[in-house]
Each structure stands twice: as C-alpha cells, then as structure tokens.
Write a protein that binds this ligand. Structure first.
Ligand code: GDD
Length: 373
C-alpha cells in the first residue's frame, strides 16, 4: 500500500489544525512539529491528541538540527510548511525574528529534506501569501502579477517563495507555494482583524465590552474560509506538476463592511459617521435579545495604534488557475456565511464564558456568606 505520511509545521495554528483533520480523514499518518513552550498553546489540536494516526514532535524552524531529526525519523511523503511569525503588524516590531522564521526557516526545511536524502520522495508545500503583492501593481492579482512586498513580514515571505522555486529548479524537487489570500475561521487568532471584530461584536452585544477600536477601515481584503483553503493545499501537492497557485475567493470587501456585517449578525445595526481617525460606528438599532440601551452609543472607533507604517490596502485574488487546474471550488463558503460562522461561534463562546464567570461570582459570594462551605 502507498505510504501517506504528512509532516506539518505550524500544526497548532488555524490552518495546521484544519489540515490535520483533513489529512486524517484522507487516511494519512499525520505528524506535527510543535515548539517547546511553558505556556499551553495546543487548544486547536487538543481534540486530535491521542488519535492513532496523529503524532507530535518537538522542533523549531529556527533550529536546523531539530528539523533534520524529525524529518529523518518520520520520513514524510508530504511536508506542509505552515509555521511562521504570521502577524504583519508584529513584523514591524520583530523584523529579525520574522526574517529568521519566515525566510531562513523555509530554507532549513528544504535543506532538512535534502540532508535526509528525501528530495525525490517528499513533496513540499510552502505557505506563501498575498502579502507578496503588497503595494499592488495590478487588481485583481494572479500568479503573473508582479510582487511588491510592503512589510518586513512580506519581504521575509518573498524569500521563502523564491527559495522554494529555486530548489524546484536547481534540484528538481517537488516543492510549491500556495499564494493564499486572507483566510479566516472560528479558530483565527484573536489579534487578526476579522476575529477581533467578531469577538468584540459578541462581547458588546452581551454587555461584556463597551467599544471596539480598529485601524484602517478602508482596507480591502479577499477573505475566504480556512477550512476550504486547506483542501487546496493538499490538491497542490497531488498535482502532476510542481507549480505555484493563488488561493482566493475572487470577492473583495472592506474592513468596514466586515464590521457592519458582523455586528448585524450579533443583533446590532451600525451607522458609520465621520472620516479617517474621527470615523465612528454608532448603534442605530438592535434586534433579538440585544440590549436596547446600546442605541445611540458609539461602539466602534478608530485608533492610530492599529495603523501600520506601510499598509497593504487592496488585495483581491484571481483563483482561475486553481479552479481550472486543480478543480478547486473557491466559492464554497461565501463572505456572508464566513462572517455568520465566526459570529455564531463567538456568540456561543462569550455566552459560555459569561455563564462560567457568573457561577464563579455566585460561588465566591456563597462562600463569603457561609451559604456553602
Ligand atoms: N490586525 C488588525 N487589527 N488589522 C486591522 C485593524 C486592527 O485593529 N484595523 C484595521 N486593520 C486592517 C489592517 O491594517 C490590514 O489592512 C487588514 O485590516 C487585515 O489585517 P489582518 O487581519 O491583521 O491580516 P493581514 O492581511 O495583515 O495578514 C493576514 O493575511 C495574510 C494573507 O494575505 C495574515 O494571516 C498573514 O499571515 C497572511 O499572510
């Protein structure tokens, strides 16, 4: 029987967790690389730990020896390099760390495969990004659009993209990049704009937060559902030829539209007033159980703190090649459905947290009053 062994770096992230589920369903033996840490960051894969075909290994993209050891031990048939310092704003504060992981880290993975003599057996997927288009030179962007990276993160990722192409040509390795546009989900990190918005909408609607502060509301993105995108990562490695692909929905929305739609799903109707740093989102109506006292209040405001030194403002992907050559469906989950999935998940999460907090408060009160001992 054909060996199907996948090794995933970044397995604890949003994409790593969905990809693990997807590959386990396809009958793969799945191995993930995790970093040693004193804090627990394995929440997204907790439900997979202990499964028969799911294994974790310690390693780090900053440590070649650890990669060589894991690759040599697992002898994967496919590697998905998803690990990265993935926050664009953070890359302005930690540019050197970002370069080490997002640029040199890719080289370390490729070299680990060569060091283990697996360059002819192991296919490699590199998580590339629409941030390569940066200060865009063409709209929408496809595989032939020139790159113009516009952050330390994007510059590091550009190296990753080119070194993968170089190894493909120099050593005839099956390694390719998926140029992924923004992809979100209920597992998205809380500092990325979509999740920050859906969590805030849920908390504000349930009386646990007063206001949401954001940066550039005019920024445009092509947002897809991460669960749909991991299928395309796999399809890229099943293709006959090693090639790079844009993965996107082909539909574009602004941050403001995302806010508007998310709040609507949380029972809050907003009206945007003012411009630039003075723009605000005011509640003009509520639905369902949402507190009517929110009407007339400013719930969204702009803060300079969330502006970037250089911001990428017009990302819009053209997924024609992935649709034609891989048979991938970019329209599986619409923008509206994506926002709905995220808001519903956060509404439930916030409600559960609120209920747990209430139980804790009641218990403390009962203990203090001697009602329970
Ligand atoms: N994070 C954040 N927080 N972004 C904000 C905020 C805010 O409060 N307010 C406005 N924005 C704007 C940013 O300036 C940016 O233009 C846009 O919202 C999206 O920001 P993020 O959600 O942080 O994502 P990103 O587009 O910078 O990067 C994500 O997508 C890339 C793919 O294009 C990350 O997942 C990258 O790792 C990925 O490569």
């Amino acid at each position: 029987m054909e060996r199907k062994v996948a090794l995933i770096t970044g397995v604890t992230g949003q994409d790593g967790s969905y990809l693990s589920e997807f590959l386990l369903d396809k009958g793969y033996e799945v191995h993930g690389i995790i970093r040693r840490s004193s804090v627990d960051y394995r929440e997204r894969i907790a439900h997979l730990e202990g499964k028969q075909n799911f294994h974790l290994h310690f390693g780090d993209l900053g440590d070649s020896m650890s990669l060589v050891k894991v690759v040599g031990k697992v002898r994967p048939t496919e590697i998905y390099n998803l690990a990265a310092q993935s926050h664009v704003q953070v890359s302005f504060d930690s540019p050197e760390f970002t370069a080490d992981v997002d640029a040199t880290g890719v080289l370390r993975v490729l070299e680990a495969v060569r060091a283990c003599g697996l360059e002819k057996e192991c296919r490699i997927y590199q998580a590339s990004t629409s941030e390569l288009y940066g200060k865009v030179e063409e709209v929408p962007q496809n595989e032939n659009t020139p790159f113009h990276p516009y952050s330390p993160y994007a510059v590091a990722k550009l190296y990753g993209f080119w070194i993968v192409k170089e190894y493909r040509e120099a050593y005839d390795m099956f390694c390719c990049s998926g140029i992924l546009f923004n992809h979100e989900s209920e597992r998205r990190g809380e500092t990325f704009v979509t999740r920050k918005i859906t969590l805030a909408a849920a908390r504000i609607s349930q009386g646990l937060q007063d206001k949401l502060y954001l940066g550039n509301l005019d920024s445009l993105r092509d947002w897809g559902y991460a669960k749909d995108y991991v299928e395309c990562m796999w399809l890229i490695l099943q293709n006959k030829k090693a090639e790079d692909f844009v993965i996107a929905t082909g539909v574009q929305h602004s941050v403001r539209e995302f806010v508007d739609y998310a709040f609507k799903h949380a029972g809050i109707q907003l009206e945007f007033r003012g411009e630039g740093l003075n723009e605000v989102g005011v509640c003009v109506g509520v639905t369902g159980n949402t507190n009517p006292e929110l009407v007339g209040k400013t719930l969204v405001a702009v803060s300079e703190d969330f502006y970037r030194p250089t911001d990428v403002v017009n990302l819009w992907g053209d997924p024609t090649k992935a649709r034609a050559k891989l048979g991938w469906n970019p329209s599986k989950t619409s923008f509206e459905d994506l926002v709905k999935i995220m808001v519903e998940s956060d509404m439930a999460k916030v409600a559960a947290e609120g209920a747990a907090a209430k139980v804790r408060t009641n218990l403390a009160e009962y203990l203090e009053k001697g009602i329970v001992k």
